[in-house]
Every structure is written in C-alpha cells, then in structure tokens.
Design a protein around this ligand. Structure first.
Ligand SMILES: [Zn+2]
Ligand SMILES: [Zn+2]
Length: 62
C-alpha cells in the first residue's frame, strides 16, 4: 500500500496528492526538481525514482 508522504524528503517542499512527485520502491518521496537533480536515483536506497500516480478528484472513465 502506498504511503502518500506530504513533503519532499530532500528539500521539504510540500507535496499534495495533486502535485507531481517522484517515489522509489521503498516509498522515499521527492519533488520533481530534486529527483531530476539526483538523476532520478534515490539517495536513501539507490532505487529508481518514478512518477507517483496522482489521486484524481473525479472518478470515472476518460
Ligand atoms: Zn525537493
Ligand atoms: Zn528510496
């Protein structure tokens, strides 16, 4: 289960559920700016940082 962390672990920038964010497989969470600065590699576990899926406010089909 994904734990949606509320802030970047590097710079502390607030990350809402609607904001773009990057996570690794251990759920380390970073803002896109930090993720790109780290070449999309997690500094904690060395895993690849991937785009976190957004929670959509509106359910339904596109
Ligand atoms: Zn950051
Ligand atoms: Zn990590």
């Amino acid at each position: 289960m994904l734990d949606m962390k509320p802030a970047c672990e590097k710079c502390g920038k607030a990350l809402g559920h609607e904001d773009a964010a990057r996570i690794c497989s251990y759920e380390c969470t970073f803002c896109p700016d930090c993720a790109e600065a780290m070449a999309s590699q997690c500094p904690n576990c060395g895993g690849e940082l991937l785009t976190r899926p957004k929670r959509r406010a509106r359910p339904g089909k596109s």
